[in-house]
Ligand binder design. Structure first.
Ligand code: URA
Length: 236
């Protein structure tokens, strides 16, 4: 197994974070510092340590679904002391990090875990995990604009992947709709609608892969069930 994957599987960091630890010379394999990425190890026979602490695949993995309110950051810390999603979850005995991000003013389903490998697989573009949002947009969103958005629009010179849009309600100059995308580019949905002259007034993520927010109250969280983890192709 790749060393970075092993470190991520032990819940210490994401794969990219593990690479950084390796390059910083903080990782040893069988007592020797390994500071180049791309090294393979045998999890059954090799001992791996980060900052002198031995890692074990048996370390507890935690998977949490949070209904993030607007006005909360989905990063682990903020230099301006604003509230973060970690403040909402509190101490669950392990170091959690969010799986991807939602904007400060976006609500809804956010996963938190200490399993870097899970986070990697959920967010890597190759895995094309579908994410569905309910959006309230202001502006004239006619059928032609919907088709343009579904077919792909240019953002930063790169066309967005196909999306699915279902208009739920049109009232005056506002449209409530459901949109499903599988990419996770910065402010992607807001920028997609901006590209057709519409402004996203409110955005809420209601599903992530096979997981649905359901009736989880705003600001609350719960552990994922074994069934849910299995549905996300997790071996449990
Ligand atoms: N798209 C956005 O524009 N913002 C989010 O928070 C998520 C997707």
């Amino acid at each position: 197994m790749r060393l970075n994957k092993y470190i991520a599987s032990c819940g210490v960091a994401s794969r990219r974070g593990a690479d950084a630890l390796i390059v910083q010379g903080r990782v040893t394999v069988n007592g020797r510092v390994v500071n180049t990425v791309g090294v393979d190890i045998n999890p059954d026979t090799d001992t791996v340590a980060v900052d002198g602490t031995l890692l074990s695949l048996a370390d507890k993995k935690v998977y949490i679904m949070l209904n993030k309110p607007a006005g909360v950051l989905s990063t682990c810390q903020d230099d301006r002391s604003r509230k973060t999603v970690l403040d909402l979850v509190g101490d669950v005995g392990v170091r959690l990090f969010p799986v991807g991000r939602l904007d400060y003013d976006t609500e809804g389903l956010l996963l938190l875990t200490n399993d870097g490998d899970f986070a990697y697989r959920c967010t890597h573009p190759r895995h094309e995990v579908n994410k569905t949002y309910i959006a309230l947009v202001h502006g004239r969103l006619d059928e032609q604009a919907v088709r343009r958005l579904e077919g792909g629009v240019m953002l930063d010179g790169v066309k967005t992947a196909p999306a699915t849009i279902r208009v739920l309600q049109r009232a005056g100059k506002e449209t409530r709709l459901e949109i499903t995308i599988h990419e996770g580019r910065n402010r992607q949905i807001k920028r997609m609608f901006e590209s057709v002259g519409c402004h996203v007034k409110a955005l809420k993520r209601v599903s992530f892969g096979s997981l649905s927010l359901g009736d989880l109250p705003m600001g609350s969280w719960r552990y994922l069930s074994v069934m849910e983890l299995k549905s996300m192709n997790m071996q449990v």
